[in-house]
Design a protein around this ligand. Structure first.
Ligand SMILES: [Zn+2]
Length: 287
């Protein structure tokens, strides 16, 4: 799985290569979170799925070439059509399935900024843009759940959404949680380290020890992994801010390697310890 994520993320960074990628080897793994709610892993951001009498409610949809496999995985747990798709943000590994799902009748929901960012892309598909957008919160009542969706500001991007199934205590964090690995913070896309930490802390206030957490990337998680990410990122912030205040420039901070002791636990191919250092430096220097 880790290899798939790495490939998807590096691939995102090199978008022109998208069409050349071999999606035929990707398989969708379905994990039951609890009755009627599933986590689907393929290639790219983890997908959340609620099924029931009303229809399928899908959170994120990975890449277009995976649509047939995604549809088959949904079919395996429900005979109802996909009624709604919620995009947790605009990145291509979370929204690539929008055209196919919208084409088969799904209504796409996302933060206002997700729609504007998707609409500005060169290959924007007007019929596949979010139809329902929101600025702060929206609640969808489907399949017996009250699905509360809220927007943390300037965290992973400027259009993030966290999805909370209040009644059954399940959360899909979008890319506000990379479980067990350094997160990608898209500064050019409106994200920030401070916003990211604030979003994690707000989620941590909302959840308890029984909450099942679907992260944007990584395995099905709990409050334990959420808190570990918060602690790590707060240390990252403190250490790098101290070096900035000492007058070090970005390369000097990287050379000082202030995150060395985090490397073994948190480093991965897409967000290496060096890249985490540079992201934190740039974000903290900008504020
Ligand atoms: Zn993302």
């Amino acid at each position: 799985m880790r290899i798939l994520i790495i490939a998807a993320m590096s691939f995102l960074a090199a978008a022109p290569a998208l069409g050349q990628q071999d999606f035929s080897k990707v398989e969708i793994k379905t994990t039951r979170v609890l009755d009627g709610i599933y986590m689907l892993e393929g290639w790219g951001g983890n997908i959340g799925l609620s099924v029931g009498d009303d229809g399928a409610f899908v959170i994120d949809d990975q890449f277009a070439p995976l649509n047939a496999k995604l549809t088959a995985a949904i079919r395996a747990v429900t005979d109802k059509p996909v009624e709604f798709v919620l995009n947790t943000h605009h990145h291509g590994d979370h929204t690539g399935g929008n055209p196919a799902l919208a084409g088969s009748g799904a209504t796409i929901i996302a933060h206002d900024n997700v729609r504007s960012r998707l609409a500005s892309e060169d290959d924007a598909a007007p019929d596949a843009l979010p139809v329902i957008t929101f600025s702060q919160t929206v609640t969808v009542r489907r399949n017996g759940h009250e699905i509360h969706i809220y927007h943390p500001e300037n965290a992973h991007t400027d259009g993030d959404a966290v999805v909370y199934f209040r009644d059954v205590n399940v959360v899909h964090m979008g890319d506000i949680l990379f479980s067990g690995m350094y997160p990608y913070i898209d500064i050019d896309g409106g994200g920030s380290l401070d916003g990211y930490i604030a979003a994690l802390e707000a989620a941590n206030q909302m959840v308890d020890g029984d909450t099942k957490i679907i992260p944007g990337h990584g395995p099905l998680s709990s409050k334990t992994e959420l808190e570990a990410s918060i602690e790590m990122l707060k240390s990252v912030r403190t250490r790098i801010l101290a070096l900035i205040n000492d007058g070090l420039d970005e390369d000097d901070v990287v050379a000082a390697n202030p995150l060395a002791d985090f490397h073994d636990e948190w480093n991965w191919n897409f967000i290496t310890t060096e890249r985490m250092t540079r992201i934190a430096f740039r974000s903290l220097s900008a504020t």
